[in-house]
Design a binder for this molecule. Structure first.
Ligand SMILES: [Fe+2]
Ligand SMILES: [Fe+2]
Length: 247
């Protein structure tokens, strides 16, 4: 396995590790995003067992000990398995997450106390500004949230738009169709009546780039892609409700 490093927006680097054994024959990628600034932030730590690979990839861009913030979408091994390894390597690093994640998992699991962020809170990284947004249960995890980097218009969308395969680092092609196909295959989302509305709420950001944790980054009309994804989840919720009512 090797980790590719690509700059997908100004000062935002995608570290991507392809694992052919997951969901063969297409395989699956695990991506972390390094947001450069005076105080660099890493979104997703990578799996604990991938830490040597990801650390080496970060080192190609910035000295790992300079990391100031460690953030992720929700508490799961691919999102934050190497959290404590990063805290050990970077003495100034702080885990930042929403209140739910801190109360439910991180106050106990993180080796240093995390910083709890209000919904909508902004962290100034010096040259970059990231806004934290709560998206509870979406696509899964009570503590789920996303980060939006305001200077580049990049939405770090975590597991939203998950797709299979090892595509390019950045595409302007369709990211909705492949996400619908992956949902059909994995059923990874906590389908709920408000899922479409929560995803549609992110369209007000009008993101120029969508940074997918599992898939290529997308450059283009992020709001249109979010609308289409929200519509698909509304359809799924309607179908599930109709099926239950008919039973
Ligand atoms: Fe996840
Ligand atoms: Fe994930």
């Amino acid at each position: 396995m090797q980790t590719r490093v690509d700059e997908i927006a100004a000062g935002i680097y995608r570290l991507s590790t392809y694992v052919s054994e997951i969901a063969p024959p297409a395989g699956f990628t695990f991506n972390q995003f390094l947001v450069l600034g005076d105080e660099p932030l890493l979104f997703h730590t990578g799996l604990r067992r991938m830490f040597p690979l990801v650390r080496e990839a970060v080192a190609r861009v910035v000295a790992p000990e300079r990391l100031r913030y460690v953030a992720f979408g929700h508490y799961e091994a691919d999102e934050c398995g190497a959290m404590n390894e990063w805290l050990a390597v970077a003495p100034q690093a702080e885990v930042v997450h929403g209140h739910t994640g801190c109360l439910v998992s991180l106050n106990d699991m993180a080796d240093r106390p995390p910083r709890a962020l209000d919904d909508g809170a902004v962290i100034d990284l010096g040259g970059k500004r990231v806004r934290y947004l709560d998206t509870p249960h979406i696509p899964h995890g009570w503590d789920a949230g996303v980060l939006y980097e305001e200077t580049t218009g990049t939405l770090l969308c975590g597991d939203l738009f998950t797709q299979l395969g090892d595509g390019p680092a950045l595409t302007d092609g369709d990211v909705v169709g492949p996400a619908v196909a992956a949902e059909e295959m994995f059923r990874y989302s906590s389908l709920s009546p408000n899922m479409g509305a929560t995803i549609r709420g992110l369209t007000r950001l009008q993101p120029k780039t969508l940074a997918l944790m599992h898939g290529p980054s997308f450059a283009g009309d992020g709001a249109a892609a979010l609308h289409a994804l929200a519509d698909d989840y509304d359809r799924r919720a309607d179908t599930a409700r109709a099926t239950l009512n008919a039973a």
